[in-house]
Design a protein around this ligand. Structure first.
Ligand code: AMP
Length: 283
């Protein structure tokens, strides 16, 4: 496994591999790797000749400077973990290498970014689209792997690929959870022991909502979720939405097909998100 930090070296290496007929899988991450990331890496290693994992805490997608500053950075441990997956290249550039000059480029995703993460984190998806677009150009992968944990991000990347005509297959994998149900997240590392225990209440709230989908209207389910979390110490609900899993728009009445139950909440100082995609024939 080779660690690359320079854009020019990455481009040359990837171009040579592509020209020699190798298939390339790409897993973009911000590091502090856990099983959720490793699942994507193992899938890429299985599907492709070559796998590239980027580790880059992208400054332009953070709307909160503290969140950026305190985001866990564990490169040495990440490299060790990646060695167990069969990953071929780690791309871990500096912010200066990626952003040699201020970019004025602005993306607009319409309604898709006016809800949930887009509404709560102004500029977030502009930063995501910028970095994913840059990385797609630098790596030129055949397939790119993303987690359902960031469901709205998957929808944004899908639009980026279609909108800009990237010849890349988007592959999405389900959310990996801790034994108690908490969605794995690099930000979980910032929780203290009590907060870690309470954090599982986000998943519990989603399960509570899921159990009511067939019998209760949207407003009642929303109230039940808010009431449930209100009783939890250090938990502050930011939003809970029942949405269409593809376009993320709020669902007014629960009828048929699939819905996404999406939640964001602070646990202490740490903002966490989670979701469940539920097939209504299965509840
Ligand atoms: P991040 O490092 O948080 O930017 O995540 C990198 C990729 O891993 C994204 O596509 C995430 O959606 C995915 N990911 C993060 N956590 C999980 C998880 N618990 N299960 C599945 N995928 C995940």
């Amino acid at each position: 496994m080779q660690v690359i930090t320079q854009v020019s070296e990455l481009r040359q290496t990837m171009q040579a591999l592509r020209c020699s007929g190798k298939s390339i899988g790409f897993v973009p991450t911000m590091g502090a790797l856990h099983e959720g990331h490793l699942q994507l890496l193992r899938a890429s290693v299985k599907d492709n000749d070559i796998t590239v994992c980027s580790i880059f805490v992208n400054p332009t997608q953070f709307n909160n400077p503290d969140d950026y500053k305190l985001y866990p950075r564990t490169l040495e441990a990440d490299i060790e973990l990646l060695q167990t997956t069969g990953c071929d290249f780690i791309f871990s550039p500096s912010p200066e290498a990626i952003y040699p000059q201020h970019t004025m480029l602005q993306f607009s995703f319409g309604k898709l970014e006016q809800v949930m993460e887009g509404a709560m984190r102004p500029g977030h998806f502009n930063g995501v689209a910028t970095i994913v677009g840059k990385f797609f150009n630098m790596v030129q992968p055949h397939k790119a792997y993303f987690g359902q944990k960031d469901l709205q991000q998957v929808a944004i990347v899908r639009q980026l690929i279609v909108g800009l005509g990237f010849d890349i297959e988007l592959v999405c994998y389900p959310t990996v959870r801790e034994a108690d149900g908490l969605a794995m997240s690099s930000r979980n590392k910032r929780l203290n022991a009590e907060q870690r225990q309470t954090a599982v209440s986000l998943h519990e709230a989603l399960e509570l909502a899921k159990a009511q989908l067939k019998t209760q209207p949207v407003a009642t389910i929303k109230t039940a979720v808010a009431d449930y979390l209100n009783n939890k110490p250090e938990v502050e609900l930011e939003y809970f939405e029942i949405a269409d899993p593809l376009n993320l728009q709020p669902v007014e009445t629960i009828a048929e097909g699939e819905v996404a139950l999406c939640i964001a909440a602070f646990v202490g100082p740490v903002r966490l998100i989670d979701n469940l995609v539920v097939n209504l024939t299965e509840v």
